[in-house]
Design a protein around this ligand. Sequence first.
Ligand SMILES: Nc1ncnc2c1ncn2[C@@H]1O[C@H](COP(=O)(O)OP(=O)(O)OP(=O)(O)O)[C@@H](O)[C@H]1O
Length: 481
Amino acid sequence: MSEEDPQAPRIPQKGIFDGESESPGSGNVTKNGQVTPLSLMIPTFESVQTLPTPMTYTPPGHSAKSPRQALVISKRRGDAVQAAKEDVVVQHRVVSELFPLPEAAQQRVSSLPTVSESSSTADFSLSARNDLIEVDTVDDQEILTGYMLNRLDVPMRWKKVKQIGSGNFSNVFLYESVDPIADPRLKLVSVKRIKYPEELVNRRALNPQLAKDLLSRLESSLSREISILKSLDYPSIVKLYGINNPVFITSKKPLRDLMLREDKLPHCDMIMSYCSGGDLLVAATSCNGKLEVSVIQRLFSELVMAVKYLHDNNVIHRDLKLENVLLKFPLDAIIDMKDSPVYLKHNLIELADFGLCKKIEPGELCTARCGSEDYVSPEILMGIPYDGRLSDTWALGVILFGLLEDRLPFDPPPNASARQRNRATSHRIARYEWKWFRLLNEDLDAKEIVQHTLTRKSERWRIDQIRESSFVKSTADALPF
Ligand SMILES: Nc1ncnc2c1ncn2[C@@H]1O[C@H](COP(=O)(O)OP(=O)(O)OP(=O)(O)O)[C@@H](O)[C@H]1O
């Protein structure tokens, strides 16, 4: 596809937002002059019928948002503070879900890759099977045997220390080497253990077609994540060192191959670099809004360099968010380093979670509606083909705003009325409805980045423009990588 916008469906009704032609904040004006909220429906577009689909799955018994409105609010974010305080990992189900649950029709699910981005399910080995799938679950595995990407023939062993994270698709653990190792980076590693959809694990009423579909999506996203991570080499991007089974590296259809061999769904452990500072969401939240602008500038500039590396290599991330920016050291240690030469010499972050990334052709547009609710761009919400690099720079704007304002831009504003609070985040995103509060009267060059990224795509800054902005340039120029 060309870089030009394809012929997206035009919306005939007045007052319905089309993501490009309406000005932010506009709506239907009634006879008495009141503005009614916009309706967000697109009649047809490939597999998309109704928009926006809220990009969150809320499991029964969980409320999607807690009433507090700050960076600490909502879903995983609400849990994050509690988790940080109690040093526990909180289970959460939010966003960027590749796997619809069987009851998805009634529930709120996001991130279904369109057919063009999923692999074919036609020859999936399950097709010949009955509807029972045995899953090799290893939740309590204390000793992990793994193979380095460059030495797939030599097993190495690590011992589990603790769980350090949890996402929709994985649990993440800290492991420590039990063998003598030459490379000190392999002493402490993080292990991303892929979570299989619960329906597969519990073997609940699984329709074989659905099972095939789920497994096919799982396999394609897993293979994509592994192959792209293998190809990346940048200090500020998480490193994939090894894997628990070489078949995940050597085969293009590892799940099918392993299922044929072992007659059960194999577990997948990705052995990766460890970031002892945890994720930026928890770190920033623990500062209670007191993160200094100079520290934000240092971390954000490095993040911009990481995303520039990706885009220069035709890779889009599609799930940029505070939770996926990992700190190499605890935030306190980073702040204490500020006056040391180390501060600008070494990478302080690693960008993680490449589960939704994609290698693209230079002008290619994407169609998969994926991402995380708070960070997703209007064009993805609208279901029109999108330039993944511009959706990444939108997400960078959300991240920077979040760090500067201590709240995410499309959360209900601090002074929101009850009606505004009840409105979906996607509604505010589609209307580009965000405002400065804390920084309203501040003259800060960081603000121009937010202004030029949280805007319609025809005006949105690309990564090189963010890199050259005054807020990023001075720091990025000083980094040796
Ligand atoms: N290398 C690492 N070092 C330290 N912590 C990590 C590392 N990798 C992941 N984590 C922690 O685990 C969490 C989940 O990891 P990750 O985002 O890769 O999983 P996921 O299942 O793909 O998540 P999501 O639901 O956001 O897609 C991260 O937010 C982070 O807190």
